[in-house]
Design a protein. Structure first.
Length: 261
């Protein structure tokens, strides 16, 4: 399935078909969503802040469950005239809608050069039989691991390889080594997409320095008196009041004595 969504243009196409009158809403920070077969991407809008343009990195998506309700609504929507809109993007163009702008946080982008990256192969999808070959690797699932000082984190990724053709340097599946697949990844992942992977890892490591993010409620803010402090204040005021009463009582006694004299 091919999916293209551009909220600002009210564009929602499924397999190249757009329906007039179909209205939908999405997160206002989203500029576009593209999907083809089993991979896609969310592109975010640029934000102008203090005279500087920032943009959150494109987010790669490996499922569209968050948009299933919208797709169902689109399928159930009825109109008189369907308008065919050609969708010409290739898989690589779907993955990289536009060259991502990593200025969303310059400090994180600068960290990319300081992090040691490595691939860990998780699993592969294979074509069982093609021509005279068996188990030809079609798609590689992996973790891109980043290490920075005492911090380490990773991001999940998936890369489809070009179709097998005769004449290439073919390695039988049983003879494959992890380094072979890693070399294929380094060669086949588009540069912009690899940079995005690295940015995602750097972002996770960057934020891990702050520890777990928790919310402090109004009762625990430093300028709000604690209940025990309020009790102590009341107790202190009561003691002062009692002391004043004793002084008044003593003075009254003295007055009475003087009156009797």
């Amino acid at each position: 399935m091919k999916l293209k969504i551009v909220p600002e243009d009210n564009l929602f196409t499924v397999d190249g078909i757009s329906k007039k009158g179909f209205v939908f809403t999405l997160d206002p920070s989203i500029h576009a969503i593209s999907w083809k077969d089993d991979i896609g991407e969310i592109e975010y809008k640029e934000i102008l802040k203090n005279g500087v343009t920032y943009k959150k990195p494109n987010l790669k998506i490996l499922d569209i469950k968050d948009f299933e309700n919208l797709i169902t609504s689109w399928n159930n929507f009825v109109e008189d005239n369907d308008v065919i809109i050609p969708v010409e993007e290739s898989v690589s163009e779907i993955v990289d809608i536009k060259n991502p702008d990593y200025r969303s946080d310059p400090e994180i982008y600068d960290m990319i050069e300081l992090i040691e990256y490595s691939f860990k192969i998780l699993n592969v999808d294979v074509a069982e039989n093609f021509d005279d070959k068996k188990n030809i690797v079609d798609t590689i699932s992996f973790h891109l691991i980043g290490k920075f000082e005492d911090k380490e984190d990773n991001i999940y990724g998936k890369q489809k390889l070009p179709k097998y053709s005769k004449g290439i340097n073919f390695i039988e599946f049983d003879n494959l080594k992890e380094v072979d697949l890693i070399n294929w990844l380094q060669d086949k992942i588009p540069k912009e997409r690899l940079t995005q992977f690295k940015y995602d890892v750097a972002e996770k490591i960057y934020h891990s320095n702050y520890g777990k993010i928790v919310t402090i409620g109004d009762n625990d803010l430093p300028w709000i008196p604690k209940p025990e402090e309020i009790d102590m204040t009341i107790s202190s005021n009561t003691d002062t009041l009692d002391a004043n009463v004793e002084v008044v009582s003593s003075n009254t006694t003295s007055i009475n004595i003087n009156t009797e004299v």
